[in-house]
Design a binder for this molecule. Structure first.
Ligand code: AHR
Length: 373
């Protein structure tokens, strides 16, 4: 227990020192509005160059995290968003693989079923159980201050993963995730390149209300849209990151806007599958040979299969393989070493065969074969 407290104090001192070095807590802690592009998301660790902080992608697939240095089992609680998407399923499996008994961990993973109250309760239970570390993939950005303060008062380090929160960075210890605003900007830039000045009448199926992944993608895409007077966003509704949600929203869009739209943007692959079902049922064609340009996010295996098949024009990745990066942060905390308070897991984008883009890679069978999730 004493060792843990010392470790926490040292880690807190190092973060504080690093924050000063980076010019402010907000900057170091990946702000919820994610205004900084990936290159500017400075690591809090004084010694590490920016490239190192973004090296998560290279290490993210490595499930063989180092076992607990002391030989003690490290207890970790993960308050997971839910099971709304293929992305989420891959992310859960990745945590189970990395935070395994063989790697020296005891993982309590709670599926919070997209319910804020359940997620807060899960975190409070982790605090009551006095787990060594708490990881939170926040359902929504808001409402975290009180419970984070409780964790801090109990001396339990907290790592925010995947999504972002609106809370003072001093209330948690590290953040690991993707730059969702950049994902939205990439989708917008690709669309502008593809349309090359042609008109766009756009329907957006957003992710869950209040989730930073939805807020960031909308913000980034809208920023590009604002630069194009020939684009019009006809409507934007939440599909809750689910296939059923995507289908329902698309069915209602078709009732209201049939014949008026030529672009559909879905905030994740599952929503895109639902939108495709709705368009199929209505006889609306989409993809490279269709009337509607379809953009998706996540780039999971099935999403990339549809991209390879030309049904999704552009698919912007959000990498779910983040657990090894989180484990590395924990190992450094455990060993009283300095660590990055902010680590970006890199994303790329993919386009259907026949499309060449400066913003995305053209899909091939080989890329698909290498996509395990
Ligand atoms: O936070 C990441 C997002 O959450 C993914 O894009 C989506 O599929 C998931 O539900």
């Amino acid at each position: 227990m004493l060792r843990k407290k010392l470790s926490v104090l040292l880690a807190a001192a190092m973060v504080a020192a690093a924050v000063v070095g980076c010019g402010g807590a907000d900057q170091a802690a990946a702000p919820a509005d994610n205004a900084a592009p990936a290159e500017e998301a400075a690591p809090a660790e004084d010694a590490a160059p920016a490239e190192d902080a973004e090296a998560g992608d290279a290490e993210a697939g490595d499930a063989e995290a180092a076992p607990a240095a002391s030989g003690d089992v490290i207890t970790v609680g993960y308050a997971q968003v839910g099971h709304e998407s293929d992305w989420r399923t891959a992310n859960t499996k990745n945590y189970q693989d990395v935070f395994s008994a063989a790697n020296g961990y005891e993982l309590s993973l709670i599926d919070c079923d997209n319910d804020n109250a359940v997620q807060l309760e899960a975190v409070r239970n982790f605090i009551t159980q006095q787990l060594d570390y708490i990881i939170i993939a926040p359902i929504e950005t808001a409402g975290w201050d009180t419970v984070l303060q409780e964790a801090q008062d109990a001396g339990i380090p907290v790592i925010i993963a995947d999504r972002e929160i609106d809370a003072d960075a001093s209330l948690y210890d590290a953040w690991v995730g993707t730059n969702t605003k950049n994902e939205g900007v990439t989708a917008g830039n690709w669309l502008a390149e593809y349309l090359d000045g042609k008109e766009a009448n756009i329907l957006v199926i957003e992710g869950s209300v209040g989730a930073s992944a939805a807020l960031g993608r909308s913000e980034g895409f809208n920023e590009v849209a604002e630069q194009h007077s020939e684009w019009k966003i006809l409507d934007s509704q939440s599909g809750d990151f689910t296939q059923d949600g995507g289908q329902e929203v698309m069915e209602s869009f078709i009732k209201s806007y049939e014949g008026q739209f030529n672009v559909v943007v879905c905030h994740n692959d599952n929503e895109a599958y639902g939108a495709m079902d709705a368009m199929n049922a209505a006889g609306i064609t989409y993809g490279v040979d269709g009337d509607v340009i379809l953009i998706s996010f996540d780039a999971t295996h099935d999403g990339l299969q549809y991209t390879l098949d030309g049904k999704i024009n552009c698919n912007v990745e959000c990498n779910p393989i983040q657990a090894a990066v989180v484990a590395e942060v924990i190992q450094k905390m455990q060993n009283n070493e300095s660590y990055d308070a902010t680590t970006l897991v890199n994303d790329e984008a993919f386009v259907a065969p026949g499309i060449e883009s400066q913003y995305a890679t053209t899909m091939t069978e080989d890329i698909l074969a290498g996509r395990a999730y």
